[in-house]
Design a protein. Sequence first.
Length: 275
Amino acid sequence: MPHCDPSLPASAPAVIDTSTPHPARVYDFYLGGKDNYPVDEELGRQMLALEPGVRDMARSNRAVMRRVTRWAAGEGMRQFLDIGTGIPTAPNLHQVAQEVAPEARVVYCDNDPIVLAHAEALMTGTPEGVTAYVQGDAREPGKILEEAAKILDFDRPVQLSLIALLHFISDEQGAHEIVATLRDALAPGSQLVVTQAGFKANDARVDKADERYRAGRITLALRPREEIARFFEGFTFVEPGLVGPDDWRPELGDLPDKLLDTATLPFWVGVARKP
């Protein structure tokens, strides 16, 4: 792949399962993309019927990813590991980071073959930097770290981005242990970025949403704010802390046309630094 370290293993041809929905493709549908299939659109439409604000959530999440990345690159961060990247949508994380710092090194990781199929065409980085893709499952963090270490120097600060990922990994699947493994691999000065869908107490839509995702064989693990805060254990929050996506440094601009109503649809964003 362009600007990708040749030591990364060659990937097998992408085999895309169109019989069941995939979170990356459903997210692509919410964003108005074309890299999804009828089964993904069907689940997306079911969720929009249940909660029309889901599309606003996706757009706010996308916008805050760009703001956080631009801010981090401006503060001197030069290494980025994005796990659960989803289908590339310009401007993607590497484009934002390398616009500020052309020498930035970015590694993406996802387990959907359709992401791999688009990676070479859509993840071309700057000549000065490195943009690479690792196909891997977030539930196997050790393997991801091993491959990413061929591109990134984990003795130096890395920004780890878990964008709209953890609400698809349950506690029973080891969500907190996975994040702890990743946190422990980071050098002091590194940063953890998490965006995660939450829920309101006694909201009947939660059970309905869970039922529809489970019907598509997708885990849905919505969490209250205090539970999301646990992912940052041992790290210090960057101001303004764990907040709604449109409240994370809105002065930096790049807000969506329609802001997310987090009172109706809770969604949390946090950036924290390792001491």
